[in-house]
Design a protein around this ligand. Sequence first.
Ligand code: SAH
Ligand code: SF4
Ligand code: F3S
Length: 452
Amino acid sequence: MSKRLFIRTYGCQMNVYDSDRMAESLAPHGWTRVESPEEADLVVLNTCHIREKAAEKVYSELGRLRRLREERTARGETMLLAVAGCVAQAEGEAMLERAPFLDLVVGPQAYHRLPELLARRARAEGTALATDFPVESKFDHLPERSGPSPVSAYLTVQEGCDKFCTFCVVPYTRGAEVSRPVAAILAEARQLLAGGAKELVLLGQNVNAYHGEGPDGRIWSLARLLEALAELDGVVRLRYTTSHPRDMSEDLIEAHGRIPQLAPYLHLPVQSGSDAVLEAMNRGYTAADYRRIVDRLRAVRPDIALSSDFIVGFPGEREADFEATMELVRAVGFAQAYSFKFSARPGTPAASMRGQVKEAVKAERLQRLQALLVEQARAFNEATVGRTVPVLIDGPGRHPGQLVGRTPWQQPVHLDGTGLQPGDLVIVTITGSHPHSLAGRRAAGATVEGRA
Ligand code: SAH
Ligand code: SF4
Ligand code: F3S
């Protein structure tokens, strides 16, 4: 039997990481990854439940895939259909009721069992559902990272969340907060570096709450882990995402001034600039707390760029609350940001709060906020023009002969790729800026090593 696997990934970076790990867990059983569902024997949708739109996309895609499968069955071909990720976890049994044609529904903590679950399906045994939170950690059952790695490689160090922000499904879909042991992370990092990775992006739903067991038997913080990773051979850059302001400890802030490979870029979601809304969200900080954290970060690393997430139209948000968000944005200045209309998620406290905001009001606030954020991002890119900065080459660029790389502030730079290859760190003079990227020219003869 041919074993071609297609995975479509929705949602956050951790889902991208999980999709790769699913493919790696199936590889020893003969599965190879292909580029389209039309040529696949197994199609996996790795899903996201964070907002209503994200979850609904899955069902419309399933409708298309079901028709594709019917066509292929008529031609005598087989195609298995599986749903993984956060929608699978959140909906479980209900998903099988709504889409009874599914072969497998597997949650984010159970995907290491895919080979076994598929084998059982082939023997027509067992249930299609695997959404328990197993006692064993999937990480202990996944194969080692082998083969080539991308220049910028994701590495999950922490998963799950105990914060229970009142709008958020993650604590229910990913489960309780768990930190991987330091030794397992260092081993995986070495494997990724051996495969050619130059940048490690540490992932966690609440990555800066990391508190994993160290080789010395003590609990290590994220700052300590970053220091150990920075010592590994070949680490050019380090990043971590996503952080919660409440866990932005002093030692982690100081790490930004101390660890040369740690990129001067931090994604630190604030959600709102209104203390009343922050409290209703159960975020555990005030707008002033957030600004203090930013000030301390800038004191130790003056060139640090910040990005953030925002929710507009949270229940009870008045015009004055929204204005406070705009005020915070003006005061902080973000290089990059994501902003969303509040989406009521089933089972979360905010979904049934009084004071739900009208759709038209949400849309209008989102537009005002995005106009400001887009302008800040544009100004940030514009300010890089004329500077000479280290660029880590990622892969092919927009036009033939071009490559794209990233500045320490995460901006994509397109440049002439002559004599360069992915993984090179080069000194580039920025010659132009666009809303989402930069153009650059390699500075004469300059190549640097080991500096973010
Ligand atoms: N762990 C991260 C958030 C992960 S979800 C953190 O604590 O910041 C990514 C973003 O989606 C959130 O930061 C939030 O801005 C947005 N989001 C989450 N739930 C949402 C909801 N119900 N409606 C609208 N946006 C939401
Ligand atoms: Fe969701 Fe809040 Fe946890 Fe982030 S910190 S994952 S927003 S509950
Ligand atoms: Fe979405 Fe789950 Fe990530 S809900 S944002 S895929 S943790």
